[in-house]
Design a protein around this ligand. Structure first.
Ligand code: DCS
Length: 274
């Protein structure tokens, strides 16, 4: 495994993280996951723009510009080729004696490495559970602080289902690591991209596909009840693409099968891959 460590390509053993790295002690950093299909990054620029935005929102200046980062990532997959998989990257504020305020002097630490999938992520119709969204109010930042998401996914795993769907009171926000869509009367609904959700890159691709297919879209919040009474539910993410959800909290959605619009959106999604 090769690690892109700031500007250098290192072996895993050579890449060491200081115990006073603020990412380790405070979760003080941001990350991205970019899918690789047939050896090529999917939606690379959108992910790098979001990384820059997330970092900017917590006042971390990336240690390189986008062109340099792109060149480094290309170098990484040239040296460590991936057919189907992803690259994970994160940047932390850097190393400083443990103290809450930003250090006067710290150099951001950037790390990226790839993963080749042994098996393709499943997009078989999945099941989900609801869970209260206990996260902070800046879910638009792709922060390393994932405890709320981790606890939610663990809850889903313990119930033997595929995803936990967050709600704030009655209102659905997103999944523990996915965005959530419903279809009702041929209209596609998803939570607006505000501070309560991550503006998923796959979400944006789905919205663009829906637009191309002439599907009516409403970026509006909907309730748990709306979801349970909808015609189709699906989730989207870099790793899960567009995945139908056919049961939530033990309640079957419509006829319990992948919906028509979900299938056509996914077919179009596949068509857009390099
Ligand atoms: N919402 C949350 C909370 C996420 O963590 C993710 C992605 C999404 C939505 C979907 O965003 P993308 O479409 O841009 O992937 N989570 C990444 C992760 O942590 N692993 O894989 C994807």
């Amino acid at each position: 495994m090769l690690i892109l460590f700031n500007h250098d390509l290192l072996s895993r053993d050579e890449a060491t993280i200081d115990i006073e790295d603020r990412g380790y002690q405070f979760g003080d950093g941001v990350y991205e996951v970019i899918r690789i299909y047939n050896g090529v990054f999917f939606e690379l620029e959108a992910h790098l723009d979001r990384l820059e935005r997330s970092a900017g929102e917590i006042k971390i200046a990336l240690p390189f510009n986008q062109e340099e980062l792109k060149a480094n990532l290309e170098k990484l997959i040239e040296q460590d080729p991936v057919q189907s998989g992803h690259v994970y990257m994160q940047v932390t504020r850097g190393v400083a004696p443990r103290n809450h305020p930003f250090p006067a002097q710290a150099d951001p630490v950037f790390v990226a490495y790839t993963k080749e999938y042994e098996t393709e992520p499943s997009r078989a119709p999945g099941r989900a559970v609801f869970t209260e969204d206990i996260r902070w109010l800046r879910c638009d930042i792709k922060s390393l602080n994932l405890l709320g998401n981790v606890l939610a996914k663990q809850f889903a795993n313990e119930q033997n289902v595929d995803e936990a769907i967050f709600h704030r009171g009655e209102w659905i926000t997103e999944g523990s690591s996915t965005n959530v869509f419903i279809v009702k009367n041929k209209t596609l609904y998803t939570h607006p991209a505000n501070h309560l959700i991550l503006d998923g890159i796959t979400r944006r691709v789905v919205l663009s596909i829906a637009n191309d297919l002439g599907i009516k879209v409403k970026e509006e919040a909907f309730t748990k009840q709306d979801l349970l009474e909808s015609d189709e539910v699906f989730i989207s993410s870099t790793t899960q693409e567009v995945r139908p959800i056919v049961e939530v909290d033990g309640v079957r959605i419509a006829d319990g099968k992948e919906g028509e619009l979900t299938a056509s959106i996914h077919a179009e999604f596949t068509g857009r891959l390099s």
